[in-house]
Design a protein around this ligand. Structure first.
Ligand SMILES: Cc1cn([C@H]2C[C@H](O)[C@@H](COP(=O)(O)OP(=O)(O)OP(=O)(O)O)O2)c(=O)[nH]c1=O
Length: 199
């Protein structure tokens, strides 16, 4: 059971270990309560609207699972997506999908959007972090070796900046933690706004 005298605490509507790690960097304890929602993009929906909607829906789905007592604590949710020339690249279905995404991202400038939703006191606030990423041109061999490593599997755009693919990132403009799945500045702003102690 959570002790209210200790660290600030949230229910985390996510199964991403990176999000747990980034929250702990902010001094926030969490209990993961993953929310399974339909992640289909609506026809004509912009990537920004899409990612923001998914973060909100994950928070709502998690909230519905909480008891009245548990609702005394906030719910935090996030969604990350990679966007290349306006096209959303989510998590790959399989290695073939991962290969196609990496071929497309090779030598590109693309965006990574992460939306974070905080549900607390009968209200849900959502913020969006957008980062421009420049990836070097990749060889076929680099792509094949990376796929064999298994790293692309659970990551939007089929790469993780925090792992081996970090060696391919020439520069970013925005938030490194946002690319990893939880922008710490924007998340802290949400928590501060809800009077949840963070620095
Ligand atoms: C681009 C990029 C994405 N990612 C990850 C962050 C997210 O975990 C994942 C995108 O998928 P999401 O659907 O945002 O999250 P998830 O499926 O991991 O977890 P949940 O839906 O339960 O909250 O891609 C990295 O770890 N590093 C990167 O560089």
């Amino acid at each position: 059971m959570h002790n209210p005298e200790s660290l600030p605490f949230v229910y985390l509507a996510s199964r991403s270990p990176r999000r747990v790690e980034l929250l702990s960097q902010l001094g926030v304890a969490c209990e993961p309560l993953p929310a399974d929602i339909d992640e289909t993009q609506f026809a004509g929906e912009s990537p920004e609207k899409y990612v923001t909607r998914l973060a909100r829906e994950k928070a709502q789905a998690c909230l519905q699972r909480l008891t009245i007592e548990q609702k005394a604590h906030p719910v935090l949710a996030a969604d990350t997506t990679v966007v290349l020339d306006g096209i959303v690249l989510g998590k790959p279905d399989d290695d073939i999908d991962a290969r196609n995404m990496l071929i497309a991202l090779s030598g590109s400038l693309h965006e990574v959007h992460t939306a974070v939703a905080l549900a607390f006191n009968n209200q849900i606030d959502v913020v969006l972090s957008t980062t421009v990423v420049e990836m070097m041109t990749l060889t076929e061999e680099q792509i094949e070796r990376y796929i064999t490593s298994g790293e692309p599997r659970d990551k939007a755009g089929s790469y993780g900046i925090q792992g081996k693919a970090g060696a391919w990132i020439k520069r970013i403009e925005g938030s490194y933690s946002g690319v990893m799945g939880l922008p710490v500045f924007e998340t802290a702003e949400l928590l501060r706004k809800a009077n949840l102690a963070v620095l």
